[in-house]
Design a protein around this ligand. Structure first.
Ligand code: FNR
Length: 371
């Protein structure tokens, strides 16, 4: 059957992948309330389209941290992509580069920073998990820098791994023929089987729970790369991130895989944008599956969005061609949304082009009971 939207890849991936792998990719934490909410919240934002504007030319291009990209749709870090397809992160890197956009490589990739760099030119960010052993971190950051990565996305929502019950039931672990390639030479590339989730045990053993704002400053002493703080959901933390030297903020709830019952990222976005006061760009990931979602995020002040699961699902279904198709479908849908809303460039997308359920009604006066 012909694929006509991004979400359709999930069912194909489910058929193709071993249950342990599909569940790892698809799951959220605990009740998975936030997982549903990441999608549902988009449906509570409606358009206020403007009409009779010449939309014969649409420019979706933008600049992220000084790098020009063809559209505000980028690739979030997702771990262990070779479980989805033998070409894993190589395929994703090539697809992103062909689309003229940014790929973020996970610390827990099954391809190393050097290997991904060798796939050819492209603007790439490196997602960092901070290990207890800071020499490991410093080495890795240096390698990413040398391999030409342009920014560090520091994940700050994972001092411990969220409770993903499917992974516990499946005793999830990295298949023995794969390694966390960035850590291979450091004896940290393998994941043992555990009585529950092998990944949760790995995190408990290796990831630094003491991570705090002072480490954001420390990171700036070991690298010149700009640092995006990934996993901010509140105004309070936005202000501290800006004070701590972050070059940008990614509003993220880790694809609903960490703390359940946090709001959808699209619901938290505006609070963060307001607190950032235009001092740093704010990005969003979580539940973006349609061009209309991209538009809504930009109307609420995001400078761009990242997609996670659509990449691994399309990779499982069709490899590089699948990821290319996902990026192409989102590009076309976003362009159409801009045209039908009367916006010719990203700067023409405004808060007035949408109405959210938390806005005071604009069309009806508020009902005041007469006494
Ligand atoms: C992730 N995410 C993630 N984040 C991160 O900082 N480092 C990582 O290694 C991973 N790995 C990972 C694996 C898988 C299978 C998923 C689904 C997610 C979170 C990711 O970067 C992003 O925040 C979400 O995936 C965005 O939500 P959607 O697009 O998946 O709904």
């Amino acid at each position: 059957m012909e694929i006509t939207n991004v979400s359709e890849y999930e069912a194909i991936a489910k058929q193709k992948l071993p249950k342990m792998v599909f569940d790892y990719y698809a799951s959220g934490a605990e009740d998975q309330w936030t997982l549903q909410e990441n999608r549902n919240a988009f449906s509570r934002i409606l358009f206020r389209p403007r009409i009779l504007i010449d939309v014969s030319k649409i420019d979706m291009s933008t600049t992220v941290l000084g790098f020009k990209i063809s559209m505000p749709i980028m690739i979030a870090p997702t771990a262990m992509q070779k479980m989805a397809h033998p070409e894993g992160e190589y395929a994703t890197a090539r697809a992103a580069s062909a689309a003229g956009t940014i790929m973020t490589l996970s610390s827990w990739a099954t391809s190393s920073v050097e290997e991904v760099a060798s796939t050819g030119p492209g603007i790439r960010f490196f997602q960092l998990y901070v290990y207890k052993d800071r020499n490991v971190v410093a080495q890795l950051v240096r390698r990413a820098e040398r391999a030409g990565f342009k920014a560090i996305a520091l994940t700050v929502d994972t001092p411990r791994l969220g409770r993903r019950e499917a992974d516990i039931k499946n005793r999830f672990t990295l298949p023995p023929f794969l390694t966390l390639k960035n850590f291979e030479g450091l004896d940290l590339g393998k994941m043992d089987k555990a009585d529950d989730s092998g990944l949760a045990s790995y995190v408990a053993g290796q990831i630094d729970r003491t991570l705090s704002w002072k480490d954001v400053k420390w990171l700036q002493t070991i690298t010149k790369l700009p640092i995006l703080v990934k996993g901010v959901l509140t105004a309070e933390d936005t202000r501290i991130a800006v004070q701590s030297g972050a070059a940008g903020i990614i509003v993220s709830n880790h694809g609903a895989r960490q703390l359940d019952y946090v709001p959808a990222t699209i619901s938290a976005l505006e609070e963060v944008v307001k607190a950032a006061q235009g001092r740093v760009p704010v990005f969003l990931d979580g539940g973006v599956r349609r061009g209309t979602d991209v538009f809504k995020a930009l109307a609420l002040g995001a400078s761009g969005i990242f997609i996670g699961r659509p990449v691994v699902f399309s990779l499982a279904a069709e490899g590089e061609a699948g990821v290319r198709k996902v990026l192409q479908m989102l590009r076309e849908e976003f362009e159409l949304t801009m045209a039908l809303s009367g916006c010719r460039s990203l700067k023409e997308i405004t808060r007035d082009h949408i109405v959210a359920d938390w806005d005071t009604p604009r069309t009806q006066p508020r009902y005041t009971p007469r006494l």
